[in-house]
Design a protein around this ligand. Sequence first.
Ligand code: FAD
Length: 439
Amino acid sequence: MKVVIIGGVASGMSAAARLRRLDEQAEITVYEMSEHVSYANCGLPYFVSDVISRRDNLLLQTPDALWNRFRIKAKVQHMVTAINREAKTVEVKNLATGKITNDTYDKLVIATGARPRKLDVPGIERALWLRNVTDADSVKQALQDAENKTVAILGAGFIGIELAENIRHIDIPVTIIQRSNSILGQFDPEMVQPLQAKLEKHGVKIILNAEADHITKDQVVLKDGRKIDAGLVFTAAGVDPDNSLAKAAGLKIGSTGGLWVDDQQRTSDPNIFAAGDAVEKHGQLTGEQTLVPLANLANRHGRLIADVIAGREVRAHNATGTVILGAFGHAVGITGLSERAAKKAGIAHEIIHIHPNNHAGYYPGSKRLSMKVLFDPLTGKILGAQANGEDGVDKRIDVIATAMHGGLTIDDLMDLELAYAPQFGSAKDAINIAGYVGN
Ligand code: FAD
């Protein structure tokens, strides 16, 4: 069997590696248009500031290692330019030489990811972004070379905030311009306010309810006329599924703009699978199709494709959307629905807010956490949780994500036996307290 994979990072490489484990004979070829495969895109913002100083640490595999260890043929700087479904071939352009070739497949995997959203702002051509290692190299160089060392970031999503933190680490003034009334739109505003305060304390200027009108050589001019100094401009206003190939091949595109797949990651063509940021997911709580551009789902669904190709009877779970972000020592995390999302979807919900300590108050270093948990008023089923604080956010969000996966109710949280010693938690953990308050 010959399997061709388009895109050699999170979902593509998960599919390739898993398939090799399940099938020693399969011929596996990965085409990747950038200069690297299997790179750690989530680490890119930290490379910009040298928090991750060794570039090699971002490169988890090389084409040589993939061939030598797994007999996976990975071709970088090779862009798939067309899919011919009838002939079961792909057209591939070698970006180094310009040479065009065709390759055949029995099964094709589309793992093309997402591209930074294009903003319709005059002057946007000079904006930089972070998608791959080459982008990170360019960003690092641009920050070094810029005569006017000021930065404006368009968008206060995860990547925008991580970039802002790292650019402050190298002492360059940063302004984030955000269209809506709070940072990190998937959270409720009050749950990210402390993070915003922390960013501001560390010199990140945040302008909410503002939009860029146009970009000049040295400034971003806002629609209300304000002028923001910006030797460098970054676009970080979200991502869009990169599915131009799939569209051109006539594959079904969902209502969200993501590539449609069934619960085995199969597209509308039974010989073509897809996973990752390019595809839409089925939301666990709203029941609607949704875009969830996150690494955990990309890896999981890539792996699932290999299982299905190898004949295993597995199906994807619906997506909850579990995310965490930290900046300047403050973390925010979310799983499931925010209040804003529940209202928008018309889902009945009850809310509790709690402010427990991350661990026993009498043990040194105890810090206050804030948690907001939503549950169904009739069934008690947990619908979502958000947390913020300096320590312990990851543990609480992950426990609630696990509880949601298992269909637990708010009352069940009272009975969870969680690991406890004074430096890690409390005999009545924040999670148990959420159960007591919601009971
Ligand atoms: P990608 O991993 O993006 O891989 C797609 C690859 O396909 C790209 O390398 C692209 O060059 C290639 N490609 C596209 N078209 C073609 C073509 N025609 N021919 C050949 N190759 C092609 N997620 C988290 O959960 N947590 C985080 O902390 C986090 N941080 C992030 C930080 C940054 C800076 C970025 C950019 C993303 C971050 N993400 C994070 C998101 C996460 O990286 C993605 O959800 C995940 O990588 C998606 O996997 P994918 O396989 O769909 O796409």
